[in-house]
Design a protein around this ligand. Structure first.
Ligand code: NAP
Length: 249
């Protein structure tokens, strides 16, 4: 039987790239979605392939329905099955107070972080659910400690988007619990990736590490290991869970 297949959104860099790398090393075939950085996604596919794994890259914006539909069609063509979805693609924005934010910012944040995850999960359920003739599967959504901290003075809109992800995780887990699909979330803390620089705060990791009980930032691989466990059969009775991967924060 062909190896299990997963789709990782935003898998070209950061946490998603670690999930793709570790997934491939654990025997998964991996579809790596990304938004713009062709070079990073291609280099990761080459790295996985050279290590003996199977992966391909698929460009598309998770917040655009047509892109999501073609992304899943590419997975259907290439792998013919889908066993895992990691809803990892996400963005932050510049540090600001709510009264400084405009509607374009709100719409971008919710479109990518929330609607993107809803669209991808919908397409995954259509393929995985026993109700639709599928074999089941697992979905892991990437939240953030922002969901419970609220990110005041920094980005309450981002925190709200991750709060939505957590409610969605719980609801969908219960909705499809009898259809052989498990739905869980990982809640990372401060992780050393390029997302902080993309939000205009390249020194954010150094500035925040003192707030973490473990007194250090996390590595993308440390989040990826939690994701891989939730995707695996080892987590067969775990659904609707939100796993803190945040050094105690
Ligand atoms: P990152 O290093 O900035 O990487 C983001 C990835 O998402 C990139 O591959 C990017 O594609 C892709 N992406 C961005 N917008 C997209 C879109 N509209 N459609 C498809 N792909 C898109 O981010 P990260 O730090 O790994 O974060 C990954 C997830 O973890 C996010 O959901 C984030 O909110 C969450 N998280 C991160 C931290 C942290 O401290 N790093 C903490 C808590 C939660 P390109 O490579 O093409 O640009």
């Amino acid at each position: 039987m062909a190896a299990k297949a997963m789709l990782v959104t935003g898998g070209g860099r950061g946490i998603g790239a670690s999930v793709a790398r570790l997934g491939a090393a654990s025997g998964w075939r991996v579809a790596i979605n990304y938004a713009a950085n062709d070079k990073a996604a291609t280099a990761l596919v080459d790295e996985i392939t050279e290590a003996g794994g199977e992966a391909f890259a698929v460009k598309g914006d998770v917040g655009v329905e047509a892109d999501v539909l073609s992304m899943f069609e590419a997975v259907d063509r290439r792998f013919g099955r889908l066993d895992g979805l990691v809803n990892n693609a996400g963005v932050v924005d510049r540090k600001a107070r709510l009264d400084e934010m405009d509607i374009a910012r709100f719409e971008r944040m919710m479109r990518i972080n929330v609607i993107g995850s809803l669209l991808c999960a919908r397409e995954a359920v259509k393929r995985m659910s026993t109700r639709h003739g599928g074999q089941g599967g697992a979905i892991v959504n990437i939240s953030s400690v922002a969901a419970v901290l609220g990110s005041p003075g920094e980005y309450v809109d981002y925190a709200a988007s991750k709060g939505a992800i957590e409610s969605f995780t719980l609801g969908l887990a219960r909705e499809v619990a009898t259809e052989n699909i498990r739905v869980n979330a990982v809640r990372p803390g401060i992780i050393d990736t390029e997302i902080h620089a993309s939000g205009g705060q390249p020194d954010r990791v150094a500035a925040m590490r003192g707030l973490v009980p473990m007194q250090r930032e996390g590595k993308a691989d440390e989040v990826a290991r939690a994701v891989l466990w939730l995707l695996s059969e080892e987590a067969s009775y775990t659904t609707g869970a939100i796993l803190n991967t945040s050094g105690g924060r």
